[in-house]
Design a protein around this ligand. Structure first.
Ligand SMILES: Cc1cc2nc3c(=O)[nH]c(=O)nc-3n(C[C@H](O)[C@H](O)[C@H](O)COP(=O)(O)OP(=O)(O)OC[C@H]3O[C@@H](n4cnc5c(N)ncnc54)[C@H](O)[C@@H]3O)c2cc1C
Length: 431
């Protein structure tokens, strides 16, 4: 029988960071995969390094920034974003609402006049409870909503936009002023809008270099260990092919809904709350391609004629992700959980990449790798706000913590998972 002070479920960035802060003490990270990093891992295939779609470091907090950059030991570049949107058969810089210059004249005037009308009617950010479909029309007006916000978000979330709240929007959706919208449409490109104007990325090894660097110093990390059930009251977890692990404290980083599902002592109200949580599923097609010359980092595709919502050129983050003479793409398509016919999706993707000019023909593809992210974006449905206090109230009573993008069930980023891992470890040590 194995005993540990702190059991950490998951060796993604949240779990690894918690382990870093507990190193030297009694802790065990049970990670079911045979590699660390969770979604921030990199897979090598045919001379290419493929991530689980674009995984860029947005570093906002001094402490976590220092930790991450020190772990990477100089293996990190700082890059200025080049993101674009392909809509109405034209490219325009991101963000759409502040950079309409590339759009056809009719679309541009529809978007600008709609925005000014909405602004005059008093479109403010709101309190987060308003349905997205209403919020975007009130804030950005009819044109921007119709040409970008509504079709793009419908493709990404795969959830009815009239039932999606707007709590997640503030950090992620840039809200330009009227003068910026006008200047972006008829004059200069709007720089510096949004959370990701500059980003960091490892010079070699893909984003997995960070998780590998964290993992190297962890004595308590165990790969290939899947937690199948937990009993918080008894302080015991059942691990597949391993047996029981007794713990005093638990830090969960696995998706909150499945964690509640495996908690034997979860009350009925907690189970009901967890059952109301929703997420989408993202399929990423990584492609190794010959003969592509394009400086773009990534592009957004609101149009229904493209099966994907975003496509990026990973080899523009780091040349070393692809062999000499080749580039690498990641192309993301989202579902509400239904199965995807990958062969026909691939045909449609290649057709889409050709239509927008990113590739010339399918013969350029020399390598490919499909990656599936079953739980990718946590959906901000109306039920989420009511469900989370019920679940976290129970966890608090059991002195367990649930952190990270999926453990805390939110739209968050790698640095936030690192921050929460450190904070969870500090809370454990304090107790
Ligand atoms: C499409 C997409 C693009 C993204 N792009 C960016 C980006 O550009 N920049 C950015 O900062 N963030 C990005 N993110 C978010 C980023 O991936 C996450 O914030 C971060 O990696 C989450 O780390 P985590 O440790 O919280 O969770 P995870 O990485 O999900 O780690 C959880 C771990 O738990 C393990 N696990 C689950 N269940 C069990 C079990 N029962 N037993 C044992 N182990 C288990 C899993 O295998 C996994 O390794 C993106 C996310 C997605 C979906």
């Amino acid at each position: 029988m194995l005993k540990t002070d702190t059991l950490i479920i998951g060796g993604g960035l949240a779990g690894l960071s918690a382990g870093l802060a507990l190193e030297g003490g009694s802790y065990l990270i049970a990670e079911r995969e045979c590699r660390p990093g969770g979604l921030a891992a990199t897979i090598k295939k045919g001379g290419f390094h493929f991530d689980y779609s674009g995984h860029l470091l947005h570093l906002r907090w001094p402490h976590t920034k220092k930790l991450i950059l020190e772990a990477l030991k100089g293996n990190c570049a700082r890059l200025k974003r080049d993101a674009r949107i392909y809509a109405s058969k034209s490219w325009t810089p991101y963000p759409f609402q502040a950079n309409l210059s590339g759009m056809p004249a009719k679309v541009k005037s529809e978007c600008v006049s709609g925005f000014l009308k909405a602004y005059a009617a008093g479109g403010g950010p709101g309190d987060g409870t308003e349905p997205f479909s209403r919020w975007t029309r009130r804030v950005f007006g009819e044109g921007i909503s119709r040409h970008f916000m509504l079709p793009y978000n419908a493709k990404l979330w795969r959830y009815p936009l009239q039932r999606l709240t707007t709590e997640w929007c503030a950090p992620f959706v840039p809200m330009p002023k009227p003068e910026e919208v006008i200047a972006g449409a008829y004059g200069k490109k709007a720089e510096g809008l949004g959370y990701n104007t500059v980003f960091h990325y490892p010079k070699t090894g893909g984003i997995g270099a960070l998780a590998n660097a964290f993992a190297a110093g962890l004595g308590g990390l165990r790969l290939g260990l899947e937690v199948e059930s937990v009993n918080l009251k008894k302080g015991v977890a059942q691990v597949r092919h391993f047996g029981p692990v007794h713990f005093r404290r638990l830090i969960n980083t696995s998706p909150l809904d499945s964690f509640v599902g495996m908690a034997q002592d979860a009350p009925a109200a907690v189970r009901r709350a967890a059952a109301s949580l929703r997420h989408n599923t993202v399929y990423v097609l990584n492609l190794g391609v010959r003969g592509v010359k394009n400086d773009m980092h990534w592009g957004y595709f609101p149009g229904a004629e493209f099966p994907f919502y975003r496509a990026g050129l990973a080899s523009n983050f780091s040349r070393r992700l692809a062999p000499r003479g080749c580039a690498s793409f990641y192309i993301e398509l989202a579902t509400a959980g239904e199965a995807v016919d990958l062969a026909s999706a691939e045909t449609e993707i290649l057709r889409g990449l050709k239509a927008c000019g990113l590739i010339k023909n399918a013969g350029q593809v020399v390598e490919k790798l499909w990656l599936k992210i079953p739980c990718a974006y946590v959906v901000y449905n109306r039920e989420r706000a009511a469900a989370l206090p019920v679940i976290f109230g129970w966890l608090k009573a059991r002195r367990a913590l649930s952190i990270g993008r999926y453990g805390a069930w939110k739209y968050s980023f790698m640095e936030e998972s690192v921050k929460e891992g450190l904070e969870a470890a500090a809370a454990v040590l304090k107790r």
